[in-house]
Design a binder for this molecule. Sequence first.
Ligand code: EPZ
Length: 465
Amino acid sequence: MKSRGCGVQLRRTKERMGAPLCALRMVRSDEGENNKLDKFVIKGGRRLSGEIEVSGAKNAAVALIPAILLCDEPCVLENVPDISDVSMSLRIMYEMGAKVEMLDPTTVRISAEGLKNFCVPYESARRMRASYYFLGALLGRFCKARVSMPGGCPLGDRPIDQHLKAFSALGAKCNIEHGMVDLFAEKLTGSQIYLDVVSVGATMNAMLAAVRAEGLTVIENAAKEPHIVDLANFLNSMGADIMGAGTDVIKIRGVKHLHGTTYSVVPDQIEAGTFMVAAAATGGDVLVKNVIPKHLEPITSKLRKIGVNVDEYDDSVRVWVDGPLVRTNIKTMPHPGFPTDMQPQMTTLLTLAEGTSIITEGVWEQRFRYVDELRRMGADISVDGKVAVVEGTGKLTGAPVKACDLRAGAALIIAGLAAKGITEIEDIYHIERGYSNLAEKLRQAGADIEKVSTPVATIREAVSG
Ligand code: EPZ
C-alpha cells in the first residue's frame, strides 16, 4: 500500500495502543494520560487576597511553536505556559523530528533545522484546535502540509474555510479527505487576502504561510488580538518583514530565510481576566501580576461598570471590591471588543450582581452550554440561542458539576470559589488545556481548592460492587 505518511503512523499508533475501545474511551473521555479521573474540590466563601502571577498566553504559544518550523536555526521560547495544549504542540514538533529541549518549566529550545517531515500525526493533531497552525507553518516551509482537521472546544460550527481561502490565494491547492487536510503548492506567491470573517486562526495561518512567500501579501479584515501581534513580533525577531499586526490590515513582505531567536511569550490576557473576575466574585483584593494592562482594557472597563475597582500599574492590576455589584449588558466581539473567551467567567460574576444582565455571544454559535452547570449551583439564567439573561440572585451554592470546555471550566471554578459550600468539578482536563498550576495559584491567594485524583480501577470496583 502506498505509504500515506500519517496514515501509516495512525495504524501503527493504534496497534501500539491496542487497548480495548472502552478503556480508550475512558482515557479519552477524561483525556487523562494517567488513567485517572481528576477533579477540583473547592470549599467556597473565602475572599481571595494577595498576589497571583499570570503565565504566558496559550493562544500565542500554540502559534509560536509551529512557527519555528519556518526557521532554519534553533529558537528559544521563554514564558511558555505549562499547559496541555502547549505540551501537545511540543509533542507534535518532536514526533515530526524537531529537537525539543525544556531548559526549565517555562523555557523551551526547539530546533527544526534539517526537518523533512510535512505530516502531523493524526492522533496528536485531532485533539486540539491549534493544530491548524501546523498547516500554515509547514506550507510556508515545504510548500506542502498534511494535518488532521482540528479539534478543540465544542463551541458550535468551527469551519476553516478562511484558512483555506488564504492558502489558496498564496497558490496552494487544498484537499480534505479521510479527516486530513492536504496542501500543496508549486511555489507560494504574495497575494491580497480579504478575510470574510474576522478570524484569529485564519489571520495567524495566513501570516505563517506568507512570511516566506515571494513578494507582498496584504491581509485585510485581519483579527487584532494581542496574540496576533505577538506572532508578528516573534516572526520579525527571526528576520521576517511584517507590518500592521494589531490593525485590520497586515502587510507581509516575503523573505527567503529566517534565523534563530530568543523570544518571551506575551502574558495571557484571558488568564489575567479570569483571575480578575475571581477576585471580584469573592469580594476579594488581589494584585494580578505579569500583565499588560492595555490588553485588559475591555475586561477592566466592564468590571468597573459593575462596581469593581481596578487599579492599573506598569505590569500588574489590583482588583478589589468595596460595595455591591450591579448589572450590566455584554456583547462579545473580536478584539478590542469584549473577548468571547471571558464570556463564561463574566456571566458567572453577573449571577452575583444586583439586577438583570444580558449577555450576547457575538463570536460563537454555542457558548452557553455551561449554563446548565451554573443552574445546579442556583444561578437563574435563561438562554435563547446567542443571548443569555441573568437574574442576579447574589448567591450560589456548591454542587457537583462538569466542565464542558476550557473557559466554561474556569467559570465553574469562579462559581465554586464564590459559592456557599463544597463544589466538585469533573472533566478538568478541559481546564488544564489552558491554565497552568491553576489550583496552586488560587491557593496562594487564599482559595480552598484541591485537585483530587481517583484511579479509574477504583471507580470500576465501586461500580461493579
Ligand atoms: C481562537 O479560535 C481561539 N483559539 C479561541 O479561544 C477564541 O475563542 C477565538 O480565537 C476567538 O477569539 C485559539 O487561538 C487556539 P476564529 P479560532 O477563527 O481561531 C468563524 C480559548 O478558549 N470562522 O477567530 O478557531 C468561526 O466559526 C479558545 O482559548 C469561520 O467562519 O477562532 C467563529 O464564528 C476557545 N471560518 C469566528 O469566525 C474560518 O475559517 C471566529 O473564529 C475560521 C473562523
